[in-house]
Design a protein around this ligand. Structure first.
Ligand code: GLN
Length: 484
C-alpha cells in the first residue's frame, strides 16, 4: 500500500480495496518503525489522523469525494496547525501550539487529507541540509550517513521512506526542489502568490512559497489543485484563476521549446549529475521537444543577491520573537533588555543568528544603499534574464542541485559551501517564477533531480512536462533499499 501514488491510493479507496483507516494505521506503523532512525517527523498526531481517516471513509461511503479524501500526508512544521505544536524547527517555538491553521493546511483538510504529523526542517527554513534543526538532523533514506537536503528535509525523507503518501514543503531559495532532488521525489515551487502564505511562518516574505512534495507529477497536480488560489488573508496571493492541473498533464510535447541555460552546465556541476540530466534531455528529444541553448547571464549574481535579500527580510520577520508575546522566554530576566537578549540568544540557533546579524547590517543606515538597494536592483536584472529567455523557449531545463546528497557534517561548518548548493534554484525565487524538480537516473546509487523552470503561472505546463517523462521512464519508481 505505502508505495502507491496518491492517484493509485484514490483508486484503491474508491474500489474498496482498503479503507483510509487501514491506510492511516499502516503509515503510522511505518512511522513507529522507521522514524526513530530517520528523524523525519517532529510531531506525530495519531489520534487526530485516525479521526480524519474515519471521517474520510464515511464521506467516501456516502457520496462523491475528491481524489485526496483519506490520503495520509504530512505537513512541514512551518505551517500552523490548530491545537498542535508548530515549532518551525526551532527551540524558540518548541512549546508553541498554533491557535489557528494555515490556509494550506485548511484547504488540504477540506479536500479530505489525513494529516499524520509535522515534519522536521532546518530552523526557520534556513539551510540546505536539515542540520540546523533544533530537533537534530534528518537522515536521507537512500544513505543514512547523508543529508536529505533542506530546508524541507523531513518532508522529503518522510515521502521517500514511505512514511506518508506526500507532504507539503516551502521554498524560499530551493527548499522544496533541492530536498526533492536529493531524496528522489517530485517537488514543485509555485509562482510567487499562487499559494497563500497565511499561517506559514515567515522567513523571507517576498520569496517564500508553499508547494507539494510527492512521488509523481500527477500527485503534485492533485495537491496543488487543493492548495492554490486567492486568499483574502494574504494580500500577496494572486487573483489569477486556478486551472485544472490534472487536465493539463497529458498535453503532447511535440514542438515544445526547452532551453538549457549554459550557466547551469558549467564548472561546479558534478559529472554524474550532468550525465543523468543529459539522459533526461535525450528522452525529451524522443518525445518531440526541441532543445536550445540559452543564456541567463546574471545567474552568478543570484546567490550573493539572495544572501542580502533573504537575511534582510528574515531579520525583520524574526523580530517578533522577543520572549514577550509567545515563544521561548528566558528564566528570571533582570530587566526588559535582558529578557530580549537572553530569550533570543537561547531560542535561536547559530545559522538563524548569523542571518539576523547579516540582515540587520545590510538594512542599517549607511549600508542600506550599498547592499539592500543594490541587491534589489540585481533582482531586477535576474528577472529580466528570465523574461528574455521565455521569449525564446517554453520551459527552462537544468540540474536542480550541483551534487547528489552529501555526507552529514560535510558542509555544516562552511556556510558559503552550503549556500552554493542552491545555486540553480535561488534565481527562480528572486524572479518569483515556478520551478519543479523531478527524479531522473541515479548517480552513484543516489537520486538526481532535474529542474524545470516555467514562466509565471505555468505550473500546469511544468507538471505536464514532468508527467510526460514519468510516463515513459521509471526513475520516479526507485525505492531506497531497506524501506520497500
Ligand atoms: N537553502 C536556502 C537557505 O538556506 C533556501 C532555504 C529555503 O528555501 N527555505 O536560505
Amino acid at each position: 500500500m505505502h508505495k502507491m501514488t496518491i492517484a493509485e491510493l484514490d483508486r484503491g479507496l474508491r474500489q474498496g480495496a482498503f479503507t483510509s483507516v487501514e491506510l492511516t494505521r499502516h503509515f503510522l506503523a511505518r512511522i513507529d518503525r522507521y522514524n526513530p532512525r530517520l528523524n523525519a517527523y517532529i510531531t506525530i498526531d495519531a489520534d487526530r489522523a485516525l479521526e480524519a481517516a474515519e471521517r474520510a471513509d464515511s464521506q467516501r461511503r456516502s457520496g462523491e469525494v475528491g481524489p485526496l479524501a483519506g490520503i495520509p500526508i504530512a505537513h512541514k512544521d512551518i505551517f500552523c496547525t490548530y491545537g498542535l505544536k508548530t515549532s518551525c524547527g526551532s527551540r524558540m517555538l518548541d512549546s508553541f501550539v498554533a491557535p489557528y491553521s494555515a490556509t494550506v493546511v485548511e484547504r488540504l483538510a477540506q479536500a479530505g487529507v489525513v494529516m499524520l504529523g509535522k515534519t522536521n526542517m532546518d530552523e526557520f527554513a534556513m539551510g540546505s541540509s536539515n542540520e540546523t534543526s533544533w530537533y537534530g538532523p534528518v537522515k536521507n533514506p537512500w544513505d543514512e550517513m547523508r543529508v536529505p537536503g533542506g530546508s524541507s528535509g523531513g518532508s522529503a525523507a518522510a515521502v521517500a521512506a514511505y512514511l506518508c503518501a506526500a507532504a507539503t514543503g516551502t521554498d524560499t531559495g530551493g527548499s522544496i526542489r533541492q530536498p526533492a532532488a536529493l531524496c528522489g521525489l517530485t517537488g514543485l515551487k509555485p509562482t510567487y502568490g499562487r499559494v497563500s502564505r497565511w499561517g506559514m511562518i515567515a522567513f523571507a516574505s517576498s520569496l517564500d512559497q508553499a508547494g507539494p512534495m510527492s512521488r509523481t507529477a500527477e500527485d503534485a497536480a492533485l495537491l496543488l489543485q487543493a492548495m492554490a488560489g486567492f486568499d483574502p488573508r494574504d494580500s500577496t496571493s494572486s487573483q489569477e484563476a486556478v486551472p485544472d492541473y490534472r487536465a493539463e498533464l497529458s498535453r503532447d510535447l511535440a514542438g515544445l521549446r526547452i532551453g538549457l541555460p549554459k550557466e547551469y552546465f558549467g564548472a561546479g556541476l558534478d559529472a554524474g549529475v550532468a550525465a543523468s540530466v543529459e539522459a533526461a534531455i535525450a528522452e525529451y528529444r524522443r518525445l518531440g521537444a526541441e532543445i536550445r541553448e540559452i543564456s541567463l547571464p546574471n545567474s552568478p549574481l543570484s546567490v550573493p543577491t539572495y544572501y542580502v535579500v533573504a537575511p534582510a527580510e528574515c531579520s525583520s520577520n524574526l523580530a517578533r520573537f522577543d520572549g514577550v508575546r509567545y515563544g521561548h522566554r528566558c528564566q528570571e530576566p533582570r530587566d526588559l533588555l535582558d529578557l530580549y537578549q537572553r530569550s533570543r540568544a537561547e531560542g535561536f540557533g547559530a545559522e538563524v543568528k548569523r542571518r539576523i546579524m547579516i540582515g540587520t547590517y545590510v538594512l542599517s543606515a549607511g549600508y542600506y544603499d550599498a547592499y539592500y538597494l543594490k541587491a534589489q536592483r540585481l533582482r531586477h536584472l535576474i528577472s529580466d534574464d528570465f523574461r528574455r529567455a521565455f521569449e525564446q523557449v517554453d520551459v527552462i531545463l537544468g540540474p536542480t542541485s550541483p551534487t547528489t546528497a552529501f555526507p552529514l557534517g560535510d558542509k555544516a561548518d562552511d556556510p558559503v559551501a552550503m549556500y552554493l548548493n542552491d545555486i540553480y534554484t535561488i534565481a527562480t525565487n528572486l524572479a518569483g517564477l515556478p520551478g519543479l524538480s523531478l527524479p531522473v537516473a541515479q548517480a552513484g546509487g543516489l537520486p538526481v533531480g532535474l529542474q524545470l523552470i516555467g514562466d509565471y503561472f505555468q505550473e500546469g505546463r511544468l507538471l505536464n512536462v514532468a508527467h510526460k517523462l514519468q510516463e515513459v521512464t521509471d526513475w520516479h519508481r526507485a525505492s531506497p533499499p531497506g524501506f520497500e
